[in-house]
Design a protein around this ligand. Structure first.
Ligand code: NAD
Ligand code: TYD
Length: 361
């Protein structure tokens, strides 16, 4: 029975993953280590509190002694590492937390795994395979920005442009280095933009849904023509599970939705879905009238697009949820979980939101 340490399991992708993992791997135990930053909400997994194969630990991935104790006492043999500071705009405002959690935290986790999973001595190979499996979850933003054409492959050179992307790039390099240097069975995934339930309403899609519901302005950076490759969160979780089960240690797998959209197209689509699913605005006008083109994000990457051939051909993974269906489900989820959005925006996030957008929310 594998005992899986999931870090950041109270965040957006982590909470979706924990749920899926417990279902998909009935022989597994999951220990969820999360610091509960503004982005982590234990209520995301509140219904699992009494689950016999699930344990929540409130703690920081930078805390080496805590990690050592968890590996020893829980018998951790698998790590799926999601914990991170994840928002580009925040990394521009204050990069410190990104360097600390994304770089130093990943380093602490790799060290804890290296200490807990000793390499058997071998006369043949200098660093024979250790027990264990360490999946390091990362982003396509490490590759920088594409022009009008082309795709990111696993061979694309790293070229991060934001403090967030740079901190993730650094952690990817550390993770790969631990494979080459110490034989730690590390697998790296680089995924495109996710959307779906439980995403914090600071990212484009949930922010636009929230503002469209409350009648607030919808900020579109620059000309709205930046392109992202959108993937439904459940599909990403399935891909991570495939990499966990069948990926080759030392390899990187790009994961994407094959679904490029300009930001303005996303905002239009959300407006139309909210108009269709929610009560009309008091003036009866379409939500598209709330769109405002605002000052661009500094260093705003123009286009991301993933070539996911490797994960498809090697591991048989392809996205299953068509974008229109995924977006419809997502809008419906936020409509029926308005108390969730209110609750997560109740804390320090509100102050940040006011600073960025005034009192429009
Ligand atoms: P999120 O911000 O929603 O959640 C991050 C979680 O990590 C939170 O629960 C938070 O409390 C926890 N955390 C933060 N610092 C911690 C620390 N020091 N110790 C322990 N826990 C800590 O993030 P997300 O969108 O779910 O992203 C998860 C991972 O996936 C990240 O590594 C991110 O880089 C990567 N990723 C995200 C996307 C995306 O579109 N959201 C795409 C590709 C890759
Ligand atoms: P975001 O969800 O922050 O993800 P990332 O920056 O990691 O891709 O942003 C997605 C795109 O939407 C990105 O091009 C920036 C843009 N954007 C806006 O136009 N307005 C907004 O309010 C936000 C949050 C993002």
């Amino acid at each position: 029975m594998p005992t899986i340490l999931v870090t950041g399991g109270c965040g957006f992708i982590g909470s979706n993953f924990v749920r899926r993992c417990l279902e998909a791997l009935p022989g597994s135990r999951v220990v969820n280590l999360d610091k509960l930053t503004y982005a982590g909400n234990p209520t995301n997994l509140g219904d699992l509190a009494d689950h016999p194969r699930y344990r929540f630990v409130h703690g920081d991935i930078c805390d080496g002694p805590l990690l050592a104790r968890l590996f020893r006492e829980e018998g951790i043999d698998t790590v799926v590492h999601f914990a991170a500071e994840s928002h580009v705009d925040r990394s521009i405002e204050g990069p410190d937390a990104f360097v600390r959690t994304n770089i130093l935290g990943t380093f602490a986790l790799l060290e804890a795994a290296r200490a807990a999973w000793p390499a058997p001595s071998s006369p043949v190979t200098r660093h024979p395979s250790r027990v264990g499996r360490f999946v390091h979850v990362s982003t396509d933003e490490v590759y920088g920005s594409l022009g009008e054409t082309g795709y990111f492959t696993e061979e694309t050179p790293y070229d991060p442009r934001s403090p967030y992307a740079a901190s993730k790039a650094s952690s990817d390099h550390l993770a790969s280095a631990y494979f080459h240097t110490y034989g730690l069975p590390v697998l790296v995934t680089n995924c495109s933009n996710n959307y779906g339930p439980y995403q914090f309403p600071e990212k484009l899609i949930p922010l636009v849904i929230h503002n469209a519901l409350t009648g607030a302005e919808l900020p579109v950076y620059g000309d709205g023509a930046n392109v992202r490759d959108w993937l439904y969160v459940g599909d990403h979780c399935d891909a991570v599970l495939r990499v966990l089960e069948a990926g080759r240690p030392g390899q990187t797998y790009n994961i994407g939705g094959n679904n490029e959209r300009r930001n303005i197209e996303i905002v239009h689509a959300v407006c139309d879905l909210v108009d269709a699913q929610a009560a009309p605005l008091p003036g009866g006008q379409s939500r598209r009238s709330l769109i405002r083109f605002v000052k661009d994000r500094p260093g705003h990457d123009r286009r991301y697009a993933i070539d996911a051939t490797k994960v498809r051909t090697e591991l048989g993974w392809t996205p299953r949820v068509p974008f229109e269906e995924g977006l419809r489900r997502t809008v419906a989820w936020y409509l029926t979980h308005r108390e969730w959005t209110e609750a997560v925006m109740d804390g320090s996030y509100r102050e940040y939101y006011r600073k960025m957008y005034g009192d429009r929310g």
